[in-house]
Write a protein that binds this ligand. Structure first.
Ligand code: AHG
Ligand code: MN
Ligand code: MN
Length: 339
């Protein structure tokens, strides 16, 4: 148990005990610095001048909020001169971000969702930041988009910040999942949990049920059976929660179990899901697996899939292993949807 140590002390221990590279420790430290700055903006609310929309629309076709742009800029600034990352990519940028000319390129690629749960910004509800660190392929000094298109298994590190009552940082380096809380008085992240664990059985699900009519039959079957509770085939009652921010909904799963779903949606055949593989699904999938859970599209492990593009979308079903496996069984009984 290492409760109470700072993030910096934790990273030093990881370097000593597990050969964490100094540069990767530095990337995490830089990310923590960015998160503290974003947390400050978030905490000011309407007083900070960052609520509301910009005039811009991002590559996803969504109107950018001021805080989406601000958070994106903060993260870029905290990493671009460190010499630790070679390039970055984010939900809010059409293409990859190459470092300014003259800056040293490091060994890592950073991908992030600067502000997750954007529709919650203006109503003072939970929002977060999601990030993932990939190795920059050997010998590559000028990364291209194709260098980012790696399966989630390649991630060296994944994590998120949740700007809730407290700002927390949840992290995996591939050796379990740890959680830190920001002590604002001293500006340090303090370790509060050193092995988050998702129980194999779950009693709580998170899904946007307004999409019911667009779901595939395996998802309709699973949710119908949850609704039936003790009177249905599951023989137990379920609870439902939906925050509308993946970070918040997945954090609940990592904290007290259950399952999170944003499944394939038949509204638009060109979009095999809503969430983006590189900076939403992959980091959460690694965290879920590292906490003993399962992360699946319904048919395959999310972490095994090669993204085709930077902003690739993917179905996400993650959390309690028995629940996710049950849904995978329902998918096995169902014909494959043509790509
Ligand atoms: P973002 O704000 O980064 O665009 O992500 C929003 C995502 C995710 O956080 C959440 O789970 C989902 O959108 C909510 O979607 P609905 O509005 O369809 O419920
Ligand atoms: Mn998001
Ligand atoms: Mn976002």
């Amino acid at each position: 148990m290492r409760h109470g140590i700072t993030l910096s002390a934790f990273l030093q221990q990881e370097q000593r005990l597990h050969d964490l590279s100094a540069d990767l420790a530095g990337v995490i430290d830089d990310m923590a610095r960015a998160i503290k700055q974003i947390a400050h903006h978030v905490s000011l609310g309407a007083l900070g001048g960052v609520l509301g929309n910009t005039d811009a629309i991002n590559i996803q076709g969504e109107v950018q909020k001021k805080l989406d742009v601000e958070a994106n800029d903060i993260i870029l600034r905290c990493h671009e001169t460190s010499g630790r990352v070679a390039a970055m990519a984010s939900e809010e940028m059409d293409s990859i971000y190459l470092l300014p000319i003259g800056e040293r390129r490091g060994d890592y690629l950073l991908v992030f969702d600067p502000l997750d749960g954007s529709t919650n910004i203006d109503i003072n509800l939970s929002i977060g930041t999601i990030f993932s660190v990939l190795p920059c392929p050997r010998g590559v000094t000028e990364p291209r988009e194709s260098d980012f298109l790696q399966p989630g298994r390649n991630q060296c590190c994944a994590g998120y910040a949740l700007y809730g009552q407290a700002t927390i940082l949840v992290l995996t380096l591939g050796r379990g999942v740890v959680s830190f809380t920001l002590d604002r008085a001293v500006g340090e992240f303090i370790l509060v949990q050193d092995s988050l664990h998702i129980d194999t059985e779950g009693h709580e699900y998170a899904i946007n049920t307004s999409n019911w009519r667009f779901w595939e039959p395996p998802i309709q079957r699973y949710i119908e059976e949850c609704h039936a509770g003790t009177t249905g085939p599951r023989g137990k009652n379920f609870n439902m929660r939906w925050m509308g921010a993946m970070v918040a909904d997945c954090h609940r799963v990592l904290s007290r179990g259950g399952i999170f779903l944003y499944p394939r949606d038949l509204r638009d055949p060109t979009k095999p899901g809503k969430l983006r593989q590189l900076y939403e699904a992959n980091p959460m999938a690694l965290l879920a697996e590292q906490a003993g859970g399962v992360a699946s599209t319904g048919r395959q492990a999310i972490l095994d899939l090669l993204p085709k593009t930077l902003h690739q979308r993917i179905p996400v079903i993650l959390g309690a292993s028995e629940e996710v496996r049950l849904i995978e069984n329902y998918y096995r009984d169902h014909p494959i949807h043509p790509e």
